[in-house]
Design a protein around this ligand. Structure first.
Ligand code: PBG
Length: 354
């Protein structure tokens, strides 16, 4: 094999060089990468990663009321759903072969307080939704977020004293929240609060209370991110949040620290681990997967969704292609599954093409 190099290029020679090139066009190349890209069947044959509906977890927002779907302004195509409508979307998920859905509540301001007490109400919106879904569709996986931010008046994930987020006191409440959700019938507890020691405490409490089969997917490497903005709109805590979450969520400049976080959560009993957000943290997904070989998930968060859906709505990018490209990128980075608001759209596209 030889790659032949010509004379040094001079710009004024360009027209003549182009003519020469056309007259004798072949490089003496043995290896040509383009051969395997020559047609769709060949590209399919050598494709390294494939997105399937089995890779998807569909996050949904629950709101009080009846038979209503309210659009979330900053997330075009995503609605807040009343419990009866959540059940309809759970049915859609089941039909699309999406294995699991994740539930997040919009809590009325009147029900929010400093302690986030509504989180422990066995009749709160999340528990109602879990029961309603499980009654009609017992075979679909239901994941519940554990954190206090949808329920606190200050919008933080934990209890506050003197402007500080209390760790151990918060963990004690999170344990109760997890038990409340397990009692309602949820399959996967997903602590997103980033308090130290919560995975071990929750695992022990689940086991002690007869919920040994309830899995834990820990938001193990969760970064303090600007990309959660639209989610906070959706659950109604954008306006109430005082300050930021940088004393508990990770600094976006760190990577080794993510490995320590994941290692601890695995040691404390996490069945699956998650990296969040997704696209700006693909390197973390890869490191975590390579290092621990655990079931590794990634959350394509609300801001990532909003960027793609918003640009597509303006005609600035091809939304469908950008969606699929972003999702297969997570697979390529090593993710076993993806929490994404695109889940139903992506599943529909996968189904149509198979
Ligand atoms: C709550 C929680 C957040 C998200 C999931 N669980 C927001 C936050 O930590 O502020 C973000 C999801 C998204 O942006 O799509 N702790």
């Amino acid at each position: 094999m030889a790659i032949k190099f010509g004379r040094p290029i001079e710009l004024r020679d360009a027209p003549r060089r182009q003519k020469d090139a056309l007259a004798s066009p072949s490089l003496d190349l043995t290896i040509r990468m383009r051969r395997n890209r020559k047609s769709e069947w060949a590209r399919r044959l050598v494709r390294e990663n494939v997105l399937t509906t089995d890779d998807l977890i569909w996050p949904m927002f629950v709101v009080d009321g009846h038979n209503t779907r309210t659009p979330v302004a900053s997330m075009p195509g995503v609605d807040r759903l009343t419990v009866d409508q959540i059940v309809r979307d759970a049915e859609r998920a089941a039909k699309l072969n999406i294995p699991c859905i994740a539930l997040f509540p919009f809590t009325e301001p009147a029900l929010r307080d400093e302690q986030g007490s509504e989180a422990l109400n066995p009749d709160n919106l999340v528990c109602q939704a879990v029961r309603a879904i499980k009654k009609e569709f017992p075979d679909i996986g239901v994941l519940c977020d554990v954190a206090l931010d949808p329920f606190t008046s200050h919008g933080h994930d934990g209890l506050i004293e003197g402007g500080k987020i209390l760790n151990d006191e918060t963990v004690a409440v999170l344990v109760q929240q997890a038990l409340t959700q397990a009692e309602a019938g949820c399959d996967v507890i997903a602590p997103s609060d980033m308090m130290d020691g919560r995975i071990g405490a929750i695992r022990e409490a689940l086991d002690d209370n007869g919920f040994g089969d309830v899995q834990i997917m820990s938001y193990a490497a969760k970064y303090a991110s600007a990309f959660y903005g639209p989610f906070r709109d959706a659950i109604g805590s954008a306006k109430t949040l005082t300050g930021d979450k940088r004393t508990y969520q990770m600094d976006s400049a760190n990577s080794d620290e993510a490995l320590r976080e994941v290692e601890l959560d695995i040691a404390e009993g996490a069945d699956m681990v998650m990296v969040k957000p997704g696209m700006p943290y693909l390197d973390i997904v890869r490191r975590v997967k390579d290092h621990f070989a655990m079931p590794t998930f990634v959350y394509q968060v609300s801001g990532e969704y909003a960027m793609i859906a918003g640009a597509a709505a303006n005609g600035w990018i091809d939304g469908e292609r950008a969606m699929m490209e972003s999702l297969v990128g997570f697979k390529r980075a090593g993710a076993d599954g993806i929490l994404t608001y695109f889940a139903p759209k992506a599943a529909e596209k996968i189904k149509a093409e198979s």
